[in-house]
Write a protein that binds this ligand. Structure first.
Ligand SMILES: [Zn+2]
Length: 177
């Protein structure tokens, strides 16, 4: 949610030897491209789409040492974790990014659980729409829907800090019929 997760991932690949990594993304996320990860400001890298309900990682050449996964939140822990464990056993590093929380402040998919077993984690914050502090770890929905997963960029979600979430979530639902 505007915290620069995908940008972070793309920057990370620049630290890796060329052709030593593969990027995967859930096939639910088709906002910008189906075979690429794309940042909000248009940077992109090729990525393999995998089924978000039944994810699997295809056999990879030995030269692939790092697997990067975008939008971990669109996979459940139960479906993605076994594939991550398998790749770790094969000696590969796994680097993933995802939202910790959905727009109801509930854990979103596998991200939080995976972060608990990761060797290291980094939480990226974005700028809160209400107070302007760079402490936004939540998002609020600008459109009304009861679905946890509604794909959207700037037009349907906004970043919110913990303190402002009630104000933003309630005022936006009032404004929208
Ligand atoms: Zn705030």
């Amino acid at each position: 949610m505007f915290s620069g997760k995908t940008t972070w991932l793309i920057e990370y690949t620049k630290t890796l030897p060329k052709d030593s990594y593969r990027i995967f993304k859930p096939n639910i996320d088709t906002r910008y491209a189906t075979h690429a990860i794309v940042t909000h400001n248009g940077q992109s890298l090729p990525a393999h789409s995998i089924d978000h309900l039944k994810p699997s990682i295809p056999p990879l050449s030995k030269k692939i040492k790092t697997i990067l996964i975008d939008e971990l939140n669109f996979f459940t822990f139960e479906t993605i974790a076994p594939h991550i464990q398998k790749q770790l056993k094969l000696g590969r590093n796994i680097v993933g990014v995802g939202l910790f929380y959905d727009s109801y402040k509930q854990p979103f998919g596998s991200t939080l659980k995976l972060s608990k077993i990761a060797h290291c984690t980094e939480e990226l914050m974005s700028t809160c729409d209400n107070c302007g502090q760079k402490t936004a770890r939540h998002s609020y929905r600008k459109i009304r829907t009861k679905k946890q997963i509604a794909i959207g960029a700037g037009e349907s979600y906004g970043p919110s800090c913990d303190n402002c979430w009630n104000i933003l979530a309630i005022s936006s639902s009032k404004h929208i019929p």
